[in-house]
Design a protein around this ligand. Structure first.
Ligand code: FA5
Length: 347
């Protein structure tokens, strides 16, 4: 038995030198010291020898086991040290530029809104805000909409179920309620713009249930429609880089009198000499939105004396302006969230 023990130990030492990784080392450990290992098999034979022999052979076996364990551990540490040295020797090029994360770009509407705000701010307008969920009173009544006005109909307006008893609530259908809020909070002169999201039950290539408007309001002593026109000409000069003609076409909105659709001369026509302009389709004019002189009934609703003050207001759709600026054929593309569409705009 001693001879066999000696032979096993030698075989193991020879095999250890060949072991190249931890996995192989573990296999070797199992082959010798495991349940069915060769050294374990030898220990089982101890039961068959005389007590004296057992004592002597047992001591030899324990010594051999300890030596084998130590040899296995030694090899394990050597393998670890080799692996660590390999890691340290690996050359990483820390100067290599990392892969760039995909950067987002600004939405065309954000670009348009920011440019509009910047232009009007420079002209002395403050930015005012109002909530998307608005009191029907501010969205309609204070703006002189009669109770039977078709715009109040559920066809156009998203009603909001009100659990807190705050009265009639709607998703605001235009930015004009911010006129009411601004006049309740400030005393004239009032000079504000109010860009924001509005909602209507509308959905086709040029109408979206959620879209954006920018409201303008100027109230002071002696304000006239000529001020509106002059302001708009100044606005186009600052926004498009040259003063464009402004055209007012009579129209009706309950909160202005007189009311007008406001058009500007097409800023893109000059670009396509000899061809029909693809933006205004040859009309020469682009519709911006509604406008007019603040109705005396609106002044009365907010406690401003219409005998002392006058004012003008406008409300333009920002989405359609962005469509024109960037030649976007379908309004809904702006809200689809298609990354290829969004990446085509200069951030
Ligand atoms: C109004 O909303 C008035 N509040 C504008 C106003 C303000 C008039 C101040 C007078 C004084 P109107 O419903 O026409 O008006 O909408 C104004 C603009 O919003 C339109 O010219 C159009 O550009 C845009 N618009 C209207 N409905 C939609 C829609 N569903 N999707 C996209 N843009 C729309």
């Amino acid at each position: 038995m001693l001879v066999r023990l000696q032979a096993e130990q030698e075989r193991l030492l020879a095999a250890l030198a060949e072991v190249a990784d931890e996995d192989a080392l573990y296999q070797l450990q199992v082959a010798y010291l495991g349940k069915k290992g060769s050294i374990t098999a030898l220990s089982k034979e101890l039961g068959r020898v005389s007590p004296d022999e057992r004592k002597r052979l047992g001591a030899e076996l324990n010594r051999a086991k300890a030596a084998i364990t130590e040899a296995l551990e030694g090899r394990r540490e050597a393998l670890l040290a080799e692996a660590r040295a390999r890691d340290l020797a690996r050359v990483e090029d820390l100067t290599m530029p990392p892969r760039r994360p995909p950067f987002g770009t600004l939405h065309p509407l954000t670009i348009a809104r920011r440019a509009l705000i910047q232009t009007f701010r420079r002209m002395g307008f403050d930015v005012a805000e109002g909530p998307h969920v608005e009191h029907a009173n501010y969205n309609f009544d204070a703006l002189n909409f009669q109770p039977d006005h078709p715009a109040r109909d559920m066809q156009d307006t998203f009603g909001v179920r009100d659990r807190r008893g705050a009265g009639d609530l709607v998703l605001r259908t235009h930015t004009s309620p911010v006129q009411i809020r601004a006049m309740l909070q400030r005393t004239p002169p009032v000079r504000i713009i109010a860009p924001g999201t509005v909602f209507r039950c509308d959905d086709d290539a040029t109408h979206s249930p959620m879209f954006h408007q920018i409201e303008g309001l100027y109230v002071d002593r002696g304000v006239t429609m000529a001020d509106l026109k002059a302001t708009m000409i100044q606005f186009t000069a600052a926004f498009f880089g040259r003063a464009l003609d402004i055209r007012l076409r009579p129209s009706y909105f309950p909160f202005v009198e007189p009311g007008a659709e406001l058009d500007m001369q097409c800023p893109f026509c000059g670009r396509a000499r000899g061809q029909t302009c693809s933006v205004c389709k040859g009309a020469g004019w682009i519709e911006l939105g509604g406008s007019g002189m603040v109705h005396p009934a609106v002044f009365e609703a907010v406690g401003v004396d219409p005998e002392v003050y006058t004012g003008w207001a406008f409300g333009f759709g920002i989405d359609r302006m962005a469509m024109l600026m960037y030649q976007i054929p379908d309004l809904r593309q702006m809200f689809d969230g298609d990354i290829r569409f969004l990446q085509s705009f200069p951030g």
